[in-house]
Design a protein around this ligand. Sequence first.
Ligand code: NAP
Ligand code: GDD
Length: 352
Amino acid sequence: MVKAKSALITGITGQDGSYLAEFLLTKNYTVHGLIRRSSSFNTERIDHLYQDPHAHDPRLILHYGDLNDPSSLRRILDQTQPDEIYNLGAQSHVRVSFDMPLYTCDTDGLGTVRLLEAVRDFESYTRRRIRFYQASSSEMYGKVVETPQKETTPFYPRSPYACAKVFSHWITVNYRESYGLHASNGILFNHESPRRGETFVTRKITRAVGRIHHGLQKKVFLGNLEAKRDWGFAGDYVQAMWLMLQQDEADDYVVATGKTYSVRQFLEEAFTAAGLNWQDHVEIDPRYFRPAEVDLLLGDPAKAREKLGWEPTVGFKELVRMMVEHDMELAAREKTLVDAGHQMPANCGHDQ
Ligand code: NAP
Ligand code: GDD
């Protein structure tokens, strides 16, 4: 009988980590997740995989650790002995990386080499092999030198976040070439979902649409509406991660839809879906401009299509509709609570 595989996911509490955990469980993996200790609950996106403690799926196991704590990484590798590692953990907000450059570079840059070092040592003393996935980003193309962007397009990072991701990208290539690690980079373009963090622009918009529709909010404050992104669905993109680790040879792949839209177009689509006119509700707040902007991202996913057989299944309009529908329902539930006298949760104005 073939032994079921096991995987370790850093960033399992994030958008991608939750979809990947779900996907790997359907593939019969044992899934180990690295989680950070937090003063408030941070497992909301994976709670449905746990729910009833008696029925709880023993194939999902969480471990406390941190990419900034190398001893925790080594201990978790020893305990879990995974066949595959997906390094999704990161301070993933580009705007915030300008406020916290050292922390971002430590986690998103050095965190990767801490994990790769742990893998290298683990392989040398156990003689077991681990396949490694690094969450690279289209943000690395920054001030793009070529459109569409593909695997061979040079990087021109425009934020501390992107600089850290370029470091992690190349250190992953370096460990592959120096030590023969099966280590792959997925250069993923923006991908969204109803589980997207609420401070990223798509979710900020769809949350506002739901709340405005239900009379819980009047305005949404945004920055640059002209930036263009190649937006796909996170559920599709985690499948590409898995496909990369099923290949005999490790390699680097662009994962994208091959279509690009502006923030303004996203706004139009989302407000129209709720029968609203975005011009009545959007104000520009310079707080949301970035010291250096990435104006245009458009990926060429030809290599992923040809070598991995990967295709996106959700287009732009469908993605926007999915997020708006979800956030309309969420706002309806919030409205019921407000009507019953509960306070709306405040975000203290830090909605980047
Ligand atoms: P996300 O929702 O922000 O999730 C980030 C995850 O990283 C969370 O689980 C977070 O834990 C964890 N994390 C943060 N700092 C950590 C640390 N020091 N040690 C361990 N874990 C830490 O991000 P996402 O959208 O799922 O993205 C997943 C990965 O893909 C990230 O590396 C991101 O940079 C990259 N990426 C994302 C996109 C995209 O469009 N979504 C595109 C390209 C690349 P807490 O829950 O405790 O905060
Ligand atoms: N967050 C945010 N908030 N962005 C805004 C706002 C706002 O109020 N107003 C306009 N924008 C613009 C940003 O200036 C940017 O050009 C664009 O909307 C997208 O911003 P985000 O949704 O924050 O995503 P991102 O493209 O900067 O970064 C995301 O995608 C990367 C892949 O290219 C993140 O998920 C990164 O982790 C990821 O690597």
